[in-house]
Design a protein. Structure first.
Length: 192
């Protein structure tokens, strides 16, 4: 089978609150077919889809209906979950060459390597959910309106931007290109 996707080791990482502000899938992200949800220390879920961007939104919408465990987990931990990160990768990345860049095999590889909390299939040792998070079977206390949650995400991003502006103003010196704010990161990685 001929590989029509560009082989790349690019990985996209962004906070959930910034992802929720995207109105459509950026063209460069269309090759991303693997995704994961995580915080600073724990990977919650690894998934795959031919359109990872759209699948992430399905998880968020299906969380309201209880049809997505990760979507439900995000809602049960709102607003803390706004700080969760999403990572997008391509199964065509060089780091997945050991599994012949096969989408299913690349997902299995990530699950075995990262031991996410909510991937119980193919994962004989899922990471225990940290005690400071509410499990996905608790009642969400956040709004049941996705639009309201998107507005909360927008306010959180603006608050981050204000804090950064105030910190920079207080320091009176801002180096060109320095920005400590959480942002979309594009990075190359040797380990998938």
């Amino acid at each position: 089978m001929t590989n029509i996707l560009p082989i790349t080791d690019e990985k996209i990482t962004l906070p959930l609150k910034q992802f929720m502000l995207l109105k459509s899938c950026p063209p460069d992200w269309r090759v991303m077919d693997l995704y994961l949800f995580r915080d600073e220390t724990v990977v919650f879920y690894v998934g795959q889809s031919y359109s990872a961007y759209e699948r992430l939104w399905e998880h968020l919408r299906d969380g309201f209906k209880g049809r997505s465990i990760i979507g439900r987990f995000i809602l049960c931990n709102w607003p803390v979950s706004l700080k969760f990160h999403i990572e997008l990768m391509s199964s065509q990345a060089i780091c997945f060459a050991t599994v012949d860049n096969d989408l299913n095999a690349a997902e299995r590889h990530l699950i075995m390597q990262l031991s996410p909390c909510f991937n119980d299939m193919l994962n004989n040792r899922p990471t225990p959910l940290p005690n400071h998070y509410a499990p996905p079977n608790t009642r969400p206390l956040c709004s049941r309106s996705l639009n309201k949650l998107i507005h909360e995400a927008e306010r959180a991003v603006r608050a981050d931007e204000r804090r950064l502006w105030l910190r920079n103003k207080a320091e009176h010196v801002q180096e060109p290109g320095e920005n400590d704010n959480e942002k979309i990161e594009t990075s190359s990685t040797d380990d998938c």
